[in-house]
Design a protein around this ligand. Structure first.
Ligand SMILES: [Cu+2]
Length: 120
């Protein structure tokens, strides 16, 4: 009887050790995502970066205004490339050749809308 308990404790300990090491592996397994967007100014940049860094699973978000490009690092166990793109669309900005919902984009300051010209 005692040896059964001992065996199961060993088994549980082994499982815990294995899952802990898996967690470490998963953490180092971040994916990178890059796509074009319609950002025009610093406000766009911080708006997109804020929306992305508040998204679960996103560890890093950077908007390159000169290239109109978004660079994201994310944990594929917690989110997906499609979900991340959806966050940007829902913020009112385009993703590659996909346009945001017109009603959503219309809520942005005029100068930040795709057709707008930014003066600041
Ligand atoms: Cu803007």
């Amino acid at each position: 009887m005692k040896s059964i308990i001992k065996q199961s404790i060993t088994a549980i300990a082994l499982i815990l050790c294995l899952s802990a090491s898996f967690a470490v592996v998963a953490k180092g397994n971040l994916e990178k995502l890059k796509f074009k967007t319609s950002s025009v100014c610093d406000m766009c940049k911080s708006r997109i970066e804020k929306a992305l860094t508040e998204t679960e699973g996103v560890t890093d978000a950077l908007v390159n205004l000169n290239k109109s490009e978004v660079n994201v690092k994310f944990d594929p166990a917690k989110t997906s490339a499609e979900k991340i793109k959806q966050v940007v669309l829902n913020t009112g900005y385009s993703v590659d050749d996909r346009s945001p919902d017109k009603a959503v984009a219309a809520k942005l300051p005029k100068c930040c809308q795709k057709s707008g010209v930014c003066n600041h």
